[in-house]
Design a protein around this ligand. Structure first.
Ligand SMILES: Cc1ncc(COP(=O)(O)O)c(C=O)c1O
Length: 400
């Protein structure tokens, strides 16, 4: 193994692995020592089109020669173009652009608050979920349902009511007891929380309750959206529409870009002066989003995510599903989790040493969120590397 790369001048906010990635091609990346890895992580569900994509890179290069940043004082045909693409694919109506997932969620939370105030609610509340992850700003970490993320950052932002996922009775109880709620905010598939899926029937019931109560339905598709599950947006499997949908991660295939896509109830809640961003909607990010969607459609990338995802899941179930210690293999498309009955952070290191990048989330869940261009042969290779590692790990005495 290579010597740890030293980063004495960077704040130690991450426990980093001892490699540095220098370049990539498709679903493969190489470190600065020339070692090759299969990318089962995609920069945490970001590199939709893999690395050095032959259509994306020239489009970005061309954009660099035109204009990189132009600020929101001016009209932006590229913002309008990407907004139209997102609106057409979601059935919603208007988009606000920003730079990241937490920024998209901050904007969503501001919409929820303002929507409540506009209805005469003095201190509006937002329903959020156990095990949710919405980001690391003060408001989004307050919405997050993980005490580790919140530890040390009190006072948290007030105005959140927390419920368990897939428990419609709990949400109805909130409706009966919390008259100040203005919105319900959840991930269709919880990513950081361990690949926990909101069931279709649950989403349909939440939609109905939101309509009855006059609440906004806000679906955080930052991780599960942009084709990862085989539809543009994961909620589309349930046949419902949200009022507010934050996006980021895969939207720009690696170029930072976030968006809040809204339907008619939410699209005009924020008025001029209510919200803004210097970088949001910049031409380079917009070009990345536009080309990502165009290439995905031209090359059948979303269908690939569905078929290769199903192939990968079936192979994981075949190889690992019946092992004592494997409690579940779940997820949709190329957003998959293998849950073990014990903490398994070490699998991340062992997989890396064996040439596979992945992550372990929620302590016990091995997460695979590779580029959506993954081939079946590459999926098989992931399983061939990972299965022996998991078998070996589970055969060892559990750490005390
Ligand atoms: C569902 C979800 N929302 C929001 C975020 C925050 O996104 P960012 O890291 O771009 O701020 C993440 C990041 O993992 C996420 O998975």
């Amino acid at each position: 193994m290579t010597a740890p790369v030293s980063m004495p001048h960077v704040m130690p906010t991450y426990g980093r692995l001892p490699i540095a990635l220098s370049h990539g091609q498709g679903c493969r990346v190489w470190d600065t020592d020339g070692r090759e890895y299969l990318d089962g992580l995609g920069g945490i569900a970001v590199n939709t089109l893999g690395h050095n994509h032959p259509k994306l890179v020239p489009a970005l290069q061309h954009q660099l020669t035109q204009i990189i940043h132009a600020c929101n004082y001016y009209q932006s045909p590229l913002q309008e173009e990407l907004a139209k693409l997102l609106v057409e694919r979601s059935g919603l109506t208007n988009v606000f652009f920003c730079n990241s997932g937490l920024e998209a969620n901050e904007a969503a939370l501001k919409i929820a608050r303002k929507y409540g105030h506009d209805k005469g609610i003095d201190l509006p509340e937002v329903v959020v979920y156990e095990k949710a992850f919405h980001g690391r700003s003060i408001a989004t970490l307050s919405a997050t349902g993980n005490p580790k993320v919140q530890e040390g950052f009190a006072p948290l932002v007030p105005g959140f009511v927390r419920v368990p996922l897939n428990d419609i009775a709990a949400l109805k109880e909130v409706a009966a007891t919390h008259p100040k709620v203005s919105a319900v905010f959840l991930e269709v598939i919880q990513g950081e929380g361990g690949i926990n899926t909101a069931q279709n029937e649950y989403l349909q019931a939440v939609r109905q309750l939101c309509d009855e109560q006059g609440w906004l339905l806000m679906l955080d598709e930052v991780q599960c959206g942009m084709g990862r599950t085989g539809k543009w947006f994961a909620h589309q499997w349930a046949g419902i529409q949200p009022d507010v949908m934050p996006l980021a991660k895969g939207l720009g295939s690696g170029v930072p870009v976030g968006a809040v896509v809204c339907g008619p109830k939410a699209a005009f809640v924020l008025k001029p002066g209510n919200h803004g961003t210097t970088f949001g909607g910049n031409p380079l990010a917009m070009r990345a989003g536009i080309e990502t969607i165009r290439i995905m459609e031209a090359d059948g990338v979303m269908a690939n995510a569905a078929t290769v995802g199903a192939h990968l899941k079936a192979a994981l179930v075949r190889e690992l599903g019946s092992l004592p210690g494997v409690t579940d293999i779940r997820g949709n498309g190329l957003m998959l989790g293998i849950e073990l009955d014990r903490s398994c952070g070490v699998i991340l290191n062992r997989a890396m040493e064996a040439g596979l990048l992945l992550s372990v989330t929620a302590d016990k869940v091995i997460r695979l969120v590779p580029p959506l261009i993954l081939t079946e042969a590459e999926a098989d290779q992931i399983v061939n590397i990972l299965a022996p590692i998991v078998r070996q790990f589970l055969s060892e005495p559990a750490a005390a």
